[in-house]
Design a protein around this ligand. Structure first.
Ligand code: SAM
Length: 293
């Protein structure tokens, strides 16, 4: 296998390439990923049938072995043997970046611990969490990734309780069947004024990004259950009191504008504040600023 000058790696044993694959749109594969998949000695794939489709699309023929969570330990031994024999191996999952909520962690930790001479080369590429984050409008300066929200209610509640003090943007993977229950738990534990972004089917035909306060997002999904179907990244906006206040005021202002058509400004603002259960001073200040702009 060709070693790229810029990789500046001395291939003492084989190289293990970690190769991200598209999360929907096959055109998101990188040129470098294709070269690696074409030229390595073996591709370890989460589901060989799935990867065959990708390889066929790009007219790549290569040797595949399965590497999934049920055979990870056994296969690690085999892959390390290949690498010790100076064979190059590419690790791919069904979609996105391997090892990010996909198999491979045990393999690389074994390579690092046991055989320091094995090169590990990560390729950049698609990852649902990062793709969702960059379009979310949530802070990218600091964020945390929590993986899949646990399916068991008790564990889920424990997790959300542990995140009560988290100020950074929080990223989760979630299944469409559990989405609504998780949102209800988030609302009850982290508060109804948290701002949420649901990114579903990213890079695919039905890609959709929905943003809003948690209560509104819950109602939006409850109106049409098809809205929660598909692959989902759920993001909770960083805890930013100023932002939450501003967004809330915008919402109250919408109600205020409707009420003002039939009421005086004073009556309309009083009722709008009551409807949204907020402190009137916050909204009055906002209204004053708006009127004087
Ligand atoms: N390794 C993958 C990555 O880099 O994103 C993640 C694998 S994890 C087993 C699969 C989960 O990622 C899905 O259940 C969903 O939460 C999220 N996901 C994957 N593809 C997605 C997409 N196209 N749109 C939204 N979320 C996606």
């Amino acid at each position: 296998m060709k070693t790229y000058k810029y990789e500046n790696k001395i291939e003492k044993l084989g190289t293990l390439y970690l190769v991200p694959t598209p999360i929907g749109n096959l055109l998101d594969i990188t040129q470098r990923a294709l070269i690696v998949l074409k030229t390595v000695d073996i591709i370890a794939a989460e589901d060989t049938r799935h990867t065959k489709i990708l390889l066929k699309k790009f007219k790549i023929k290569n040797n595949l072995i399965s590497f999934h969570k049920f055979n990870e330990k056994l296969r690690t031994k085999k892959i390390i043997e290949y690498l010790k024999n100076k064979k190059n191996v590419a690790l791919v999952s069904n979609a996105g970046t391997p090892i990010i909520n996909d198999p491979g962690f045990y393999l690389i930790s074994q390579c690092i611990d046991l055989y320091k001479k094995i090169n590990i080369v990560p390729l950049p590429g698609p990852c649902a969490a990062i793709t969702a984050l960059i379009a979310s409008g949530c802070s990218t300066k600091k964020f945390c990734y929590e993986g899949f929200i646990p399916s068991k209610k008790n564990t889920r509640i424990k997790l959300f309780n542990s995140l009560k003090k988290e100020r950074r943007t929080i990223i989760f993977y979630e299944s469409s069947i559990r989405l609504i229950n998780s949102l209800i738990d988030i609302k009850n534990i982290l508060g109804k004024d948290r701002y949420i972004v649901i990114s579903k089917e990213l890079t695919k035909k039905w890609e959709y990004i929905h943003r809003g306060f948690i209560e509104d997002v819950i109602s939006w999904i409850q109106e049409d259950h098809m809205r929660s179907k598909g692959e989902i990244v759920l993001i909770i906006k960083e805890k930013n009191k100023k932002y939450i206040k501003k967004e809330k005021n915008k919402k109250i202002f919408k109600t205020f504008k409707i009420l003002k058509k039939i009421l005086t400004e004073k009556e309309a603002s009083k009722i709008a504040v009551k409807i949204h259960k907020t402190k009137k001073n916050y909204f009055y200040k906002y209204l004053f600023k708006k009127n004087n702009m």
